[in-house]
Write a protein that binds this ligand. Structure first.
Ligand code: PGA
Length: 244
């Protein structure tokens, strides 16, 4: 594991984008695992800028997103389909047919989950997976629990996650209680993983994930087993780490 700590969010975002750029430039048809949330927004801005400056070509890249809420249409402003379009996918030359985001349809979740895993494995797995982290140590929407769930699955979001996510929803609007998330297998099998976190609210999650026991109660702790994990933090998120 390589831990990189930056003074500012802007610096960590620029570094994360640089890592992705280098991987795409090494392998044009990269299978790129993407995350949503406030953490990677700055990284996406940098990637769009690279594209606009002709420094990056997404035409052969295939993307796989981690998760989607159940019950929001793709055009809902808080859906992850919308987020990805807004922050990256509509702004770069990734081909529509190469974009993969699980559909947040609870009723059809069994078929959706199976098809998503099949798509990932038929593509040869994820080359580079970008992750944020929840204050409870979740990655994607793999929430704390008794086991690590390997495959894409329907998940009941924890109260902590629902509360964290409520900041994105207007008063009275229902915050989704369920989601469909990629499981742990494709994440841990990715050739390279980039884990990003910023701000003081993430300091404890980072500490227990990177320096605590490996346990499904802290899903991100399994990343300690990954041989090519790049951790990108601002100094606030790194504040509780003892090993740096
Ligand atoms: P955030 O979410 O980037 O909005 O903090 C990260 C996560 O919950 O995985």
């Amino acid at each position: 594991m390589k831990i990189n700590v930056f003074d500012t969010y802007e610096q960590m975002s620029a570094y994360a984008a640089q890592v992705i750029k280098e991987e795409i430039n090494k392998k044009k048809n990269l299978n790129l695992g993407l995350a949503t949330g406030s953490t990677p927004e700055g990284m996406y801005e940098n990637l769009v800028e690279f594209f606009e400056n002709d420094e990056l070509d997404f035409s052969s890249v295939t993307t796989f997103n981690l998760d989607e809420y159940c019950g929001l249409t793709p055009s809902h402003s808080q859906s992850y389909h919308y987020f990805m379009d807004e922050h990256l996918l509509s702004k770069v030359n990734v081909k529509k047919e190469n974009i993969n985001i699980p559909e947040g349809d609870e009723e059809k979740h069994e078929d959706i989950c199976k098809a998503y895993d099949k798509k990932i494995s038929q593509a040869g797995g994820i080359d580079l997976q970008v992750l944020g982290i929840g204050v409870n140590g979740h990655i994607g929407f793999n929430e704390p629990g008794d086991i690590f769930v390997a495959d894409t699955h329907l998940i009941d979001l924890t109260d902590t996650t629902i509360e964290q996510n409520s900041r994105f929803f207007s008063n009275g609007e229902e915050v989704p209680k369920k989601a469909i998330t990629m499981g742990i297998r494709p994440i841990i099998n990715a050739n390279k993983v980039v884990l990003m976190a910023n701000g003081p609210s993430k300091a404890h999650a980072i500490k227990i994930s990177l320096e605590g026991p490996i346990t499904p109660q802290v899903p991100a702790s399994i990343l300690q087993l990954h041989e090519d994990l790049i951790v990108i933090l601002d100094k606030e998120a790194a504040a509780e780490l003892e090993s740096i």
